[in-house]
Design a protein around this ligand. Structure first.
Ligand code: HEC
Ligand code: HEC
Length: 226
């Protein structure tokens, strides 16, 4: 049995000890915040993207940093998961990536607005969230893009892979592209990538509005798939 004064000191000592731990943790959190919030990377484009995010109520369906509605995917790490190019094409036309299956609203964003939304999502992805959200093991090449793609195979791995396979990994909306260099000439590939609708009206392959250099590199790469 504790005596009355021992009990008092037990209470006082315990309270002081745990209050000190509480103060230290509060101090530690406040000290960590500036290094984690990524505020130095906040450009005007990021701010405009955030305003669009609010104005269009993206949070009515999506979560970001865990906040929002649970109808649609968490977007905190979406740039890492999909890549900027993929997201830009998706926002231009959500159906383009998954014909006939998707429920994402089609917003009539201008190109500048798309860049702003992507900049905002990219900035959110730069916040140090201590590993949140955990990366699911999707087990597919769809998740390869971390930087904006620069080489043709990287571009393929970011955008085209949503619909095509090469060497067995990718989507099955379009045909596998292994050996496409045997089926199609350089000129045919170039015409196809410039405007699929012009070559085959009604085709499910979207016009990806590729810049000339990217298209040229993709054609060189596709020709080499034999
Ligand atoms: C009405 C609900 C709804 C709203 C509002 C909405 N989305 Fe979505 N979004 C979805 C659904 C559902 C998906 C997943 C299915 C799909 O791909 O269509 C999705 C997918 C996405 C993806 C791809 C995520 C991934 O991992 O593949 C991005 C990026 C995205 N939305 C951004 C936005 C942005 C930015 C806004 C606001 C401008 C927005 N969404 C508003 C429903 C919504
Ligand atoms: C949204 C899905 C989708 C995306 C994204 C996509 N494609 Fe396609 N692609 C298709 C479909 C569907 C076809 C079949 C078209 C048809 O026959 O109507 C096709 C056909 C092709 C063909 C012709 C293949 C053949 O054997 O006839 C090539 C080459 C091709 N795509 C290259 C690409 C490249 C390169 C990219 C990325 C820059 C890409 N595609 C992105 C859906 C897609």
């Amino acid at each position: 049995m504790l005596s009355k004064s021992q009990a008092r000191w037990f209470f006082v000592g315990g309270t002081v000890f745990f209050f000190a731990i509480f103060l230290f943790l509060t101090f530690d959190t406040l000290r960590e915040i500036p290094a984690r919030q990524n505020s130095e990377a906040m450009t005007e484009s990021v701010v405009r993207g955030k305003h669009l995010w609010d104005a269009k109520n993206c949070m009515g369906c999506h979560t970001i940093l865990g906040e929002g509605a649970y109808y649609a995917p968490e977007l905190t790490r979406v740039v890492e998961r999909r890549g900027k190019e993929w997201i830009a094409i998706f926002l231009r036309d959500p159906e383009a990536m998954f014909p006939g299956q998707r429920r994402m609203t089609q917003y009539d964003f201008s190109e500048g607005e798309i860049q702003d939304v992507v900049a905002f999502l990219d900035w959110i992805g730069g916040i140090d969230t201590n590993g949140f959200p955990a990366t699911p093991d999707l087990g597919r090449a769809l998740v390869v893009a971390i930087e904006a793609p620069t080489t043709a195979p990287e571009y393929f791995g970011t955008v085209c892979v949503a619909c095509h396979t090469v060497a067995g990994s990718g989507g099955t909306v379009g045909p596998a592209l292994d050996g496409v260099g045997n089926r199609m000439t350089r000129a045919e590939l170039d015409r196809w990538l410039s405007d699929p609708q012009a070559v085959k009206p009604g085709t499910a392959m979207p016009n990806l509005s590729l810049p000339d250099t990217t298209r040229g590199e993709l054609v060189d790469w596709l020709v080499s798939l034999r």
